[in-house]
Write a protein that binds this ligand. Structure first.
Ligand code: ATP
Ligand code: MG
Length: 278
């Protein structure tokens, strides 16, 4: 397994590879969710590349950039074990040299939900993903549905800018008790971790209600809020029932596909989860 740390070295290595390249961008501190993306990439491509880069520009000034969990040695061992061909590990200095001033902005689908809660977040994401795409020149790139809005933002960017990469969405991987895997789960205190499965339980219950015919988005949102507020440790940041593509909040009956997504805070830790309806 090759480890490449500079954009030019990454691109040169990639250009001498024959066959398709599958790419999995991550911020490291890997878990089974990341490894499922790696597995999908491996099954569909001759070469698999994973990047690990904790991107400072997608964190707000009062967010957790400096304390974001990192374990490079463990991550590299997991990726080698998983059969990855190359890991791209750029430094912050190489990604953002003195004087950098260019960014990629997706204007509409970034407005609400995570974009509203974290101003500037998606501009950081789209810019860094563009840079990673330019270095890796992948044929396919793999993104988790856990970050549902991010997935839609990236799909929009790729379409709008004619990027030569196919975006492959991948299912949410969960702990046995239902909690969506996330590097940030490590922040949870034991009693918070024990309470956290209320999120997925509630989303699945709401999906059952939907299957039984409940189509009123407000009733669905009320149901989710009611269930989550039973946990004294859980704080609701948002509950959204939105059009599954545009992520416009739905007011009238759900007719097509919808995305039910939530952010629930346990202390300072924000947990994202979602289910698709219909
Ligand atoms: N539980 C999961 N199932 C499937 N894909 C996931 C899961 N968690 C993360 N991913 C995907 O892995 C990729 C890299 O995500 P990232 O490195 O930010 O991990 P993370 O667990 O989301 O960390 P954090 O919650 O701290 O942002 C993204 O495409 C993300 O959607
Ligand atoms: Mg993430």
């Amino acid at each position: 397994m090759r480890v490449l740390t500079e954009p030019s070295a990454m691109r040169e290595w990639r250009r001498v590879r024959g066959g398709s390249v599958g790419f999995v961008p991550t911020m490291g501190y890997l878990h089974a969710g990341h490894l499922s993306l790696v597995e999908a990439a491996r099954s569909q491509n001759a070469t698999t590349v994973v990047s690990i880069f904790v991107n400072p520009t997608q964190f707000g000034p009062n967010e957790d950039y400096t304390r974001y969990p990192r374990d490079e040695v463990r991550d590299l061992a997991l990726l080698k074990e998983a059969g990855v061909d190359a890991v791209y590990l750029p430094s912050v200095g190489d990604m953002y040299p003195e004087g950098h001033q260019t960014s990629v902005v997706v204007s509409e689908v970034t407005r609400r939900l995570e974009g509203a809660a974290r101003p500037g977040h998606f501009n950081g994401v789209t810019t860094v993903v563009t840079k990673l795409f330019n270095a890796v020149e992948a044929d396919r790139a793999y993104f988790g549905r856990k970050d549902a809005q991010q997935l839609r933002v990236i799909q929009r960017m790729v379409r709008d800018l004619d990027m030569a990469v196919e975006i492959v969405p991948c299912a949410i991987v969960r702990e046995p008790d239902g909690l969506a895997m996330s590097s940030r789960n490590v922040y949870l205190a034991p009693e918070q971790r024990a309470a956290a499965p209320i999120i997925s339980r509630t989303l699945f219950a709401a999906r059952d209600r939907f299957s039984e015919g409940l189509r009123d988005p407000d009733a669905l949102r009320r149901f989710v809020r009611g269930e989550i507020s039973r946990s004294p440790l859980a704080e609701i940041e948002y509950v959204s029932v939105a059009d599954n593509d545009s992520l416009q909040e739905l007011e009238a009956q759900v007719t097509g596909q919808a995305l039910l997504s939530v952010v629930i805070r346990f202390g300072k830790t924000r947990l994202l989860d979602n289910v698709e309806l219909g």
